[in-house]
Ligand binder design. Structure first.
Ligand code: PLP
Length: 384
């Protein structure tokens, strides 16, 4: 099997699985208890906090563990919105993941006015449009780090500078689920107040995420309870998942040149497809450009449905996604595709190949050959 659906989820590292197992078998104590065994568990959680923080040039005490990336986004947006005194406007990038976009109804219930910031045709936030929307009444802006479908890297530092100029005091939330460890970001230097990550996208387990909260930012918790995680996320922590997350982050952070390796694999796949397939369309920024993430390639195969390609590739042992273009099982075009005004055919024919740290260059080569074979097999059946 060649697994190229790493933006959906990644295979947990062996070391992460071992770390989780060790926590479940030996270090299963409640980290809030007072005895030595519990303190040991707490120290393991703190080691994970330190690894996440270090990858983002943040401090360990800024890391709040959550149950997933979605929960981290909710805590950031709704938790911040409850504290926005008088600033009634929230701007969200139109290409966000549903974890962010679908908070809009809850924001409206908090009397916030939500407005969407449009994207360019490449799926990058339109900075002129953002600038025109910003004013003193904007309290919060959400702009993701890397788009999960197109791999478009958003200009976070420039977004932040615009906020400081035109909406001083407004908070910037960045959904970093697809960018963390693959596109470097120094949260302080970039002026990010809130940053969401998820373990299962970086070879950790499902069911663990974290929100990195910059100093001085006040949030209202979403859950009432025992006050764990500095009162921001009550509920006994998923200590096994957190230990495994820590192991994955430490390992990934130690892989010298990993983003460059991801980019080499992606570009090899892209070049082979471009050479062999007339009219291949890239959904998102040009793959060689700095605006394209190193690990995601979203392309449309003219005349062949994305689902047909995905199943044909599966039969060849290559697993990838439909670009989430038609939100997997749903028929409508996804928010990211709508935001960049992609034609319907592009959404219907989109395939997302996403690389992870465990892929090899040989796999990229084999996947390219398989994709060309599949395309040739089905292009004759295209709709006219
Ligand atoms: N944000 C982005 C950009 C994502 O790609 C995903 C998952 O696909 C999420 C948030 C949600 O993360 P989780 O699955 O941990 O809830």
């Amino acid at each position: 099997m060649i697994y190229l659906d790493n933006s959906a989820t990644t295979r947990p590292l062996d070391a992460a699985v071992l770390a989780a197992r060790e926590m479940l078998e030996e270090n299963w104590f409640n980290p809030s208890a007072l005895y030595g065994q519990a303190v040991r568990v707490e120290k393991k959680m703190d080691a994970c906090r330190a690894s996440i923080a270090s990858a983002l040039s943040a401090k360990p005490d800024q890391v709040v563990f959550t149950g997933c990336g979605t929960e981290a986004d909710s805590l950031a947006i709704l938790g911040a919105a409850e504290r926005l005194r008088g600033k009634r406007r929230v701007l969200l990038f139109a290409g966000e993941h549903p974890a962010v976009l679908n908070t809009a109804a809850q924001l409206a219930a908090l009397s916030q006015e939500v407005e969407l910031v449009p994207a360019t045709d490449e799926g990058v936030i339109d900075l002129d449009a953002l600038s025109a929307l910003l004013n003193e009444r904007v309290g919060l802006v959400g702009c993701m780090h890397v788009n999960n479908e197109t791999g478009a890297v958003q200009p976070i530092a420039r977004v932040s500078r615009l906020l400081q100029e035109k909406s001083p005091g407004a908070l910037l939330h960045v959904d970093g689920v697809q960018g963390f460890l693959r596109v470097p970001l120094d949260l302080r230097a970039a002026g990010v107040h809130l940053y969401a990550v998820s373990a299962h996208k970086v070879h950790g387990p499902k069911g663990v995420g974290a929100l990195i909260v910059s100093k001085g930012v006040k949030l209202s918790p979403r859950l009432a309870g025992g006050g764990q995680e500095g009162g921001l996320r009550s509920g006994t922590e998923n200590t096994a998942g957190i230990a495994a997350f820590g192991e994955a982050v430490r390992w990934a952070s130690a892989q010298e040149g990993a983003p460059e390796r991801l980019r080499r694999m992606k570009l090899l796949l892209f070049e082979r497809l471009r050479e062999s397939i007339d009219g291949l369309r890239v959904n998102g920024p040009a793959p060689e450009s700095g605006e394209a993430a190193p690990h995601i390639l979203n392309v449309s195969f003219p005349g062949v449905g994305g689902e047909v390609m995905v199943h044909a590739l599966e039969a060849e042992g290559v697993l990838c996604g439909t670009g989430a273009a038609c939100s997997s099982k749903k028929r409508e075009m996804s928010a990211a595709f709508r935001a960049m005004r992609a034609p319907r055919w592009a959404a219907e024919s989109a395939v997302r190949f996403s690389f992870g740290f465990l892929n090899t260059i040989e796999e990229a080569e084999e996947a390219a050959e398989a994709a060309v074979r599949c395309y040739r097999r089905y292009q004759g059946f295209q709709r006219r």
